[in-house]
Design a protein around this ligand. Structure first.
Ligand SMILES: [Fe+2]
Ligand SMILES: [Fe+2]
Length: 194
């Protein structure tokens, strides 16, 4: 079902927002968290617009909800653009990151508590199942599309999720931040020595 599939990305977004807004000290870690969040937000918005909001937009009763959601996606895009600067240590960067986190959380809550109900009423069950399958394929494709623009993040072939490239995680570990490196690599991956 489309809504369960969407919620999986929402949970990831909340988790990454929380980690990003409390990140301090190690700028490489902050940069990696930001790129993971950016790729996730952009891939999710594209897949959700194509496989939830376009069908919703075609129904009279879905116009308001889908327009509202697309507007908020655009606002998130603008904040991501503002945050995409080399120096992420400067005053104001983390304040803008908190603004992004606030906006994202507001948006997810509105989708889950209002827009899903609107879509739930307007779309037949078979359509919801079909859209869920399409959304799942699309978000992985779009994660790969956006991650390809950066050397430090990749999409795991096993999970389809965005993760730090091994070199970026190892670099964080090498600079004495072993815990952060291990966290970024993910516990299930043994560290490569050569
Ligand atoms: Fe959305
Ligand atoms: Fe969403």
């Amino acid at each position: 079902m489309i809504f369960d599939a969407i919620r999986e990305s929402h949970d990831l977004q909340r988790d990454l927002c929380r980690k990003l807004t409390v990140s301090r000290g190690d700028m490489a870690v902050r940069q990696l968290l930001f790129l993971q969040l950016k790729v996730e937000l952009m891939a999710h918005a594209a897949a959700e617009e194509r496989h939830l909001y376009v069908p919703l937009l075609m129904q009279d009763g879905g116009l308001d909800a889908s327009r509202h959601a697309l507007h908020e996606h655009h606002e998130v895009d603008e904040l991501l653009e503002e945050l995409s600067v080399r120096d992420k240590q400067q005053d104001g960067w983390i304040a803008t990151a908190k603004q992004l986190s606030f906006k994202v959380r507001h948006h997810l809550k509105e989708e889950e508590s209002k827009f899903f109900q609107v879509a739930g009423r307007l779309l037949p069950d078979a359509k919801k199942a079909q859209l869920g399958a399409r959304y799942r394929r699309e978000i992985v494709r779009m994660r790969k599309h956006y991650a390809a623009q950066y050397q430090t993040v990749v999409v795991s072939p096993a999970t389809g999720l965005v993760k730090p490239a091994r070199a970026a995680a190892d670099q964080a570990a090498k600079r004495g931040n072993a815990q952060a490196g291990a966290r970024l690599r993910g516990k299930s991956q043994p560290r490569r020595t050569a």
